[in-house]
Design a protein around this ligand. Structure first.
Ligand code: KG4
Ligand code: ZN
Length: 360
C-alpha cells in the first residue's frame, strides 16, 4: 500500500448518495445508495425526494464505506465533497454532511467539481491518466465534451447539450414508448431486436450552419441537442397510433439509439482530432450503453484515438470519483476549501475546486 493520503469523498448531486475511500490511485471503498426506485413512478428524478433520500442514506452509507475500507474516520487524511454542478437541495445535504465531518474531525475539506470527478475517477481503473486527454461525459444529467490539460487546474468545456441530456432523452423516449424508467437499459436491450436504419430520426445540431468547418467552426460545432429528436419520436409514435397501427417499438428504439449515438461519437471524435487529444475517457451512466461503446470504439480506432472506459460502477455517480479527484488535487498541493464555500448548482468545469474566496 502506498503512503499517499487517505481520502474520503462524498457525492450527492443527483439521486445517488455515494461515499468512497481511496488512497492515491487505490480504491478502498465505493458505497452507493440510490433513490432511483422512488422516482420511477414520476419517470424522472424529483429533486425534493432525492434530497430527503440523501438525508436518510448519508450516515449508513458513510458507515458502510468505512467498514468496507476497514478504516476509522480518524484514519482519514482529508475529506472531499461535490459542491456542484447538480441539484441544489441534493448538493446541500452532501456539503452539510462533509462540513459537519470536517468540524468534528478537524480534517481538511476539499470542495470539488462533479464533472471533473467523472474524469478523475479514471485513475482507479487503469492507473494514471495520459496527457492529451479528452473526456466524453454522458448521463441523465450531462452530455459534455471536455479538454483536460491538467485535471487539477486546466479543464475546458468544448461542447455540451443545449437542452436535454442524452440519458434524459433515453428516459423520455422510453416513457412515451411505455417502457418504464430508467429508459436507457430497456432501449439498449430492445434496440438489439430492431433495425437502427428503419427510421431516419434527426441528428441534432449536425447541419453545416451549426457545425461549420475546422477552420471556421460553427457556434455549436461540439454541442448537442436531443429535444428535437425526442419530439420526432413522439410524432412518429402518434402517427402510428392515430392510424390504429401497432408501433414498431424495437425499430423505434434502435433508430432513436442510432441517432443519439451517431451524433455523440462523431462530435467527440471530431473534438479529439481537432484539439490534439489522442486519448478519450468515457464516463456517465450512458457509458453502459452497448451501441455507444461499440461505435465509439470503432470511430476512435479509425481516428487513432485510445479510448478508456472505467468499469460501470465508477462511470455512474459515486463517492469514489470525488475522493479520486481530491487525491490528485491534494497531491498537486492545492489548498483545502475551508468551511465557507457554498454549493454551486451551476458550477462550471473550469472551477475544479472551490476555495474560501468563493464563499457565498
Ligand atoms: O450517471 P447516472 O447513473 O446518473 C446521472 O444521470 O447522473 O446515469 C443515469 C442515466 C439514465 O438516464 C439512464 O437511462 C442512463 O443513464 N442509462 C443508459 C444505460 N444505462 C443507464 N442509457 C443508455 N443505455 C444504457 N445501457
Ligand atoms: Zn454525474
Amino acid at each position: 500500500m502506498s503512503d499517499a493520503p487517505l481520502i474520503l469523498g462524498i457525492e450527492s448531486s443527483c439521486d445517488e448518495t455515494g461515499v468512497g475511500i481511496v488512497r492515491g490511485t487505490e480504491l478502498l471503498a465505493n458505497t452507493v445508495s440510490t433513490s432511483m426506485e422512488q422516482h420511477v413512478r414520476f419517470g424522472g428524478v424529483i429533486p425534493e425526494i432525492a434530497s430527503r433520500a440523501h438525508l436518510e442514506a448519508m450516515v449508513p452509507t458513510l458507515q458502510q464505506a468505512l467498514d468496507t475500507a476497514g478504516v476509522a474516520l480518524d484514519d482519514v487524511d482529508a475529506l472531499a465533497v461535490t459542491s456542484g454542478p447538480g441539484l441544489s437541495g441534493a448538493l446541500m445535504v452532501g456539503v452539510a454532511a462533509a462540513k459537519a465531518l470536517a468540524v468534528a474531525t478537524g480534517k481538511p475539506l476539499y470542495a470539488v467539481n462533479h464533472l471533473v470527478a467523472h474524469v478523475g475517477v479514471g485513475v482507479l481503473d487503469g492507473g494514471e491518466l495520459p496527457d492529451r486527454l479528452g473526456a466524453l461525459l454522458v448521463s441523465g444529467g450531462h452530455t459534455e465534451i471536455l479538454k483536460i490539460d491538467s485535471l487539477t487546474d486546466d479543464v475546458e468545456l468544448l461542447g455540451a447539450t443545449i437542452d436535454d441530456a442524452a440519458g434524459e432523452a433515453y428516459d423520455k423516449v422510453a416513457r412515451l414508448l411505455g417502457l418504464g424508467y430508467p429508459g436507457g437499459p430497456v432501449i439498449d436491450r430492445l434496440a438489439k431486436e430492431g433495425d437502427g436504419k428503419a427510421i431516419r430520426f434527426p441528428r441534432g445540431l449536425s447541419l453545416p450552419k451549426f457545425v461549420g468547418t475546422a477552420e471556421a467552426p460553427g457556434k455549436h460545432r461540439y454541442d448537442f441537442s436531443f429535444s428535437g429528436l425526442k419530439t420526432a419520436v413522439a410524432r412518429f409514435v402518434e402517427q402510428y397510433q392515430a392510424k390504429g397501427l401497432e408501433v414498431p417499438v424495437a425499430d423505434v428504439a434502435a433508430s432513436f439509439q442510432e441517432a443519439v449515438v451517431d451524433v455523440i461519437t462523431k462530435k467527440a471524435v471530431m473534438a479529439c482530432t481537432e484539439h490534439g487529444m489522442e486519448n478519450l475517457l468515457l464516463g456517465g451512466g450512458v457509458a453502459a450503453n452497448s451501441r455507444l461503446r461499440q461505435l465509439l470504439q470503432a470511430r476512435c480506432d479509425s481516428a487513432g484515438i485510445s479510448l478508456r472506459i472505467p468499469k460501470p460502477s465508477l462511470c455512474t455517480d459515486n463517492g469514489a470519483m470525488i475522493a479520486a479527484l481530491a487525491a490528485q488535487v491534494v497531491a498537486a498541493g492545492v489548498a483545502p476549501s475551508g468551511l465557507g464555500f457554498a454549493t454551486d448548482p451551476g458550477q462550471p468545469v473550469t472551477q475544479i475546486t472551490l476555495s474560501d474566496l468563493h464563499a457565498a
